[in-house]
Design a protein around this ligand. Structure first.
Ligand code: F6R
Length: 242
């Protein structure tokens, strides 16, 4: 594991974007796993700048999102489909057919889950996964539990996650209770993971991720098993690490 501790959120974002850009330059056909939420916003802004100012090319890049809220239309302001297009993909030269985000509204659950996994397999898995962490150690909405899912599945969001994410909604009742989430198997099979976290509120989750034993009750602790992990933290998120 490579650990980079930065002064603040802006530097964390810059560093994560530089790291991602390095992989894109090495492999213009990279399969990039995308996270959503507050943490990667700055990273996406920096990647957009690299596209605009240095011609970082996304024309052959394929993306897979980690998750989508169940019940939200793609155009809903808080859907992860909308988030990803508005904050990142509409501002770079990605091809629409190369973008994969699980649907939040569907009839055939089994088919949706199977298709998402098949698409990931078709491209031989994720090359580089940008990954945030929940305050409770969830990764891609794989919530703490006795058992975790290897593949794409429907997940019940915990009360803690619903409360954390209510900051993006008008009120807590509007936060969906379930999501479609990529499994920990697909995440851990990513050839490289760029783990990002910032702020005091992530310090304990970061400590449990790297300084405690591996447990499904803190899904991010499974990252200790990953061979190619780059951890980029601001100093507040890193403050409890040994
Ligand atoms: C969302 C996702 C989640 C977030 C986590 C942290 O795609 O994968 O695991 O990374 O909930 O969210 P923020 O960055 O908003 O603190």
């Amino acid at each position: 594991m490579r650990l980079i501790v930065t002064e603040n959120y802006e530097e964390m974002s810059y560093s994560a974007a530089q790291e991602t850009a390095k992989f894109i330059k090495e492999n213009p056909e990279l399969v990039l796993g995308l996270s959503t939420g507050g943490t990667p916003l700055g990273t996406y802004q920096e990647l957009i700048k690299l596209h605009e100012n240095e011609n970082l090319d996304f024309s052959k890049i394929t993306t897979f999102n980690l998750d989508e809220y169940i019940g939200l239309e793609p155009k809903h302001p808080q859907s992860y489909t909308r988030y990803t297009w508005d904050n990142f993909l509409s501002k770079v030269n990605i091809q629409k057919q190369n973008v994969h985000i699980p649907p939040g509204i569907f009839k055939d659950e089994k088919q949706v889950l199977k298709e998402y996994d098949e698409k990931i397999l078709e491209v031989n898995g994720i090359d580089v996964q940008i990954l945030g962490v929940g305050g409770n150690g969830h990764i891609g909405f794989n919530e703490p539990n006795q058992f975790l899912h290897p593949n794409t599945h429907i997940t019940n969001l915990t009360d803690e996650t619903i409360k954390d994410n209510s900051r993006f909604f008008l009120n807590i009742d509007e936060v969906p209770k379930q999501a479609v989430a990529m499994g920990v198997g697909s995440i851990l099979r990513a050839k490289h993971i760029i783990f990002i976290a910032s702020g005091d509120e992530k310090a304990e989750a970061v400590r449990k991720t790297f300084n405690e034993k591996i447990t499904t009750h803190c899904p991010s602790s499974l990252l200790q098993l990953h061979a190619n992990l780059t951890v980029i933290l601001d100093k507040k998120a890193a403050r409890l690490l040994n």
